[in-house]
Ligand binder design. Sequence first.
Ligand code: HEC
Length: 241
Amino acid sequence: MIWTQSPTANQTVRTCIVACNGFECDTTLITIFPPLPVDTTATGTPCDPAVVYFEKDVLPILTANCAYSGCHNAATAKDGIVLDNYANVIRTGKIKEGNPNKSELYEVITETDLKDIMPPPPSPKLSNEQIQTIAKWITQGAKNEKCDENPGGCMTDNISYANYVRPALAACTTCHKTGNAGGNINLDSYAGVKSAAESGRLYGAISWANGYKAMPQGGSQIPDCTINKIKSWIDAGSPNN
Ligand code: HEC
């Protein structure tokens, strides 16, 4: 007996071969895997500004506001909810793909009852922009698509504070702003970023160098290219450009 499972070009094919000789049967399951998916991060699919990408846009918001110790990181997992990576967000975030209003993750961040809102007070509510990012990601199907933020390679020349460094550090400001400046580092103003840059602490923290606290706290390291661009800006004298 030989059967195959609906083989199309990109599907895994399982073929079961049963060979019988008298009453002795031998079965062998052969699995033919499809070609590996094209790694869009390496081949330079540029980011589409109309698309919300999980790792680039959504995860930094969850890391900074939800997935830390005592709340929804893997170690604490309050109410079983873990928001530290795509698989866990999909597994525990009670998301209805395509429909934010039926998604628990969206409901709790837009909740008006202070008893139920997330993150709970005294943590501030997410900004409208952050809420819209999460809503749009769910509306677009809560996918885990990736894109190349630097098609054509990592260009590190003439990095602008306003256009590049500030937005790249936006997710850090939850824990590094006036009134809540972790480690006395304020990344919410040019002066604060410049001072962190000149002390060597900014680069030390994002490059996870020995002797510095690895940042973002509790999250995964920011992409190499982003680190290199920020370093190039620091090396240029941290200009307010
Ligand atoms: C969840 C909160 C949180 C997030 C998000 C976060 N930090 Fe921190 N950060 C802290 C805390 C708390 C400290 C102080 C840690 C300590 O002293 O033990 C700190 C320390 C630092 C330091 C000082 C490190 C040192 O060793 O002197 C720098 C620089 C820093 N953070 C930069 C960043 C940057 C850049 C990001 C974003 C990529 C970021 N942080 C994201 C909470 C956070």
